[in-house]
Design a protein around this ligand. Structure first.
Ligand SMILES: *Cc1c(COP(=O)(O)O)cnc(C)c1O
Length: 237
């Protein structure tokens, strides 16, 4: 066993224990919570090791990095579910539609339309989440996300695309504030979306620092980077 495999294995055990503990507190079954390993800035070799450890879901936030990683894993014969979790420009929709299984960051009608068109052209079906801004109004933090009032129309725009499946909602808690109230708002919006689209059950919420708060508010998917892979070097986009 390589040192890195042992390290990732130990981190994975600790993260799974945290998820189980949070589920126990919330009275939930850990099987309801899917762990997505967010591997941005880490090499393909780490993704392959995570695959050996049983991770099936990989998250990336930049197309320029995600596309070659997805291609390398496919070439190695390793089947993974690719989650695109970063802000997405309309002009990158075609590329992302060629490998992403789930896009968490649909926050504009035009993006839904572009993803739908490009997924159809590629003969692919993609799950999409409406990314909701959990920042205070007027406090644009540049993390993307639609205002709460826009969520129903964006959800409808996704549902109207034959090659897209509206799967639910995604949110990122604001920095420097308790995550619980933000995730409670996300859960309310998730319920609003689900009232109109009963199959849209996904709540993508929770990162390394706040997965407990997210699970308490019904997260079905947690997106974990640092706690699994270690600290990232700061990088400039
Ligand atoms: C990087 C990233 C994560 C993981 O964050 P950690 O704090 O390292 O767990 C989750 N979601 C998104 C959208 C990210 O960009």
């Amino acid at each position: 066993m390589t040192d890195r495999l042992a390290e990732l294995g130990a981190n994975l055990t600790a993260v799974r224990a945290q998820i189980s503990a949070a589920c126990a507190v919330a009275g939930r079954d850990p099987a309801e919570v899917t762990l997505i390993a967010v591997t941005k800035t880490f090499p393909v070799s780490d993704i392959l090791l995570l695959g050996q450890l049983g991770i099936a879901d990989i998250g990336e936030n930049r197309d320029a990095e995600a596309a070659p990683k997805a291609a390398a894993c496919a070439a190695a014969g390793v089947l993974l579910r690719w989650h695109f979790v970063g802000q997405l420009q309309v002009n990158k929709a075609g590329r992302v539609a060629s490998y992403a299984d789930v896009v968490h960051s649909v926050d504009r009608i035009r993006l839904a339309a572009a993803l739908g068109r490009r997924a159809s052209a590629a003969g692919r079906a993609i799950d999409c989440l409406v990314q909701v801004s959990l920042d205070d109004p007027g406090q644009a933090a540049g993390r993307g996300g639609a205002d709460a009032g826009e969520v129903p129309v964006i959800a409808a725009a996704i549902a109207a695309q034959p090659s897209l499946r509206l799967a639910g909602v995604m949110g990122i808690a604001p920095l420097g504030q308790p995550a619980g109230p933000a995730y409670a708002r996300l859960r309310e919006l998730a319920e609003l979306v689900r009232a109109a689209h009963p199959d849209a059950r996904v709540i993508s919420a929770g990162m390394s620092a706040d997965m407990g708060a997210a699970i308490a508010e019904g997260a079905t998917h947690v997106r974990i980077g640092t706690a699994l892979l270690g600290g990232r070097r700061p990088f400039v986009r």
